[in-house]
Design a protein around this ligand. Structure first.
Ligand code: F6R
Length: 242
């Protein structure tokens, strides 16, 4: 695992956007796994700026979601499908038909989860997966004590994560209790994992993930098992590293 400490979130965004641009030049139809939430926004903004300036053409890139809320009505602005469309697919000029995600409105959720794992496999696997980290050490929505071998499945959000995500909704009551998330085993199949963590609120989780033992109680520690994992942290998020 490589740990890169940058001064602040915009610097982290630029660094990862440069890596993405290099990947897209090498492989124009790369399958890019995207996380949602606040952390990756500087990455998407920096990459969109490169697209707008003509420095990179991302029109053939394929995008896949890391996770999706269960039970939000189709088209809800905070469904992760809507968020990824708004923050990634549209600004990068990506074809909406090249966009994969789990179906959080499916009647048969286990079948939708298995279908998503199969769709990722059929698409040739994820080339680069962007990850954030929860204050409790989650990746995707694999909350503490998720199996390190887990596949895409339904998970119950912890109260902490629902409270963390309530800022995107009008009230805590509106935050769904369930999500479909790529499992840790699924995430580990991506060719390159890039986790960005910014802000002092992530410092403890980062230290546990990077310097602690590999343990299901800190799902992000599974990155230590991956042959090509990069953790980009700003100085605040690095503040508890030894
Ligand atoms: C979202 C996701 C989550 C977030 C994490 C951090 O798709 O996979 O693991 O990355 O909850 O969220 P932020 O970046 O909002 O602090």
């Amino acid at each position: 695992m490589e740990v890169v400490i940058v001064p602040d979130a915009p610097a982290g965004g630029r660094l990862i956007a440069d890596a993405l641009a290099a990947l897209v030049r090498r492989k124009p139809d790369a399958l890019l796994g995207v996380a949602t939430g606040s952390t990756p926004l500087p990455i998407y903004e920096a990459l969109a700026a490169q697209v707008a300036s003509g420095a990179v053409d991302a029109s053939r890139v394929r995008v896949c979601q890391l996770d999706e809320y269960v039970g939000l009505p189709a088209g809800h602005p905070e469904s992760y499908r809507s968020v990824v469309l708004r923050q990634v697919v549209e600004p990068l000029g990506i074809d909406k038909g090249s966009f994969l995600g789990p179906d959080g409105a499916a009647e048969d959720i286990p079948a939708a989860c298995a279908a998503y794992d199969e769709a990722l496999r059929a698409a040739g696997g994820v080339d680069l997966q962007i990850l954030g980290i929860g204050t409790d050490g989650h990746i995707g929505f694999n909350e503490p004590c998720s199996s390190l071998a887990s596949r895409t499945r339904i998970k119950t959000l912890t109260q902490q994560t629902r409270e963390d995500n309530a800022r995107f909704f009008d009230s805590l009551d509106e935050v769904p209790h369930h999500v479909i998330t790529q499992g840790i085993g699924t995430i580990l199949e991506a060719r390159h994992l890039v986790l960005l963590a910014t802000g002092a609120g992530k410092a403890r989780a980062v230290a546990q993930a990077v310097e602690g033992p590999v343990a299901a109680v800190v799902p992000a520690s599974a990155l230590q098992l991956h042959p090509h994992a990069t953790v980009v942290v700003d100085e605040a998020a690095a503040s508890e590293l030894k």
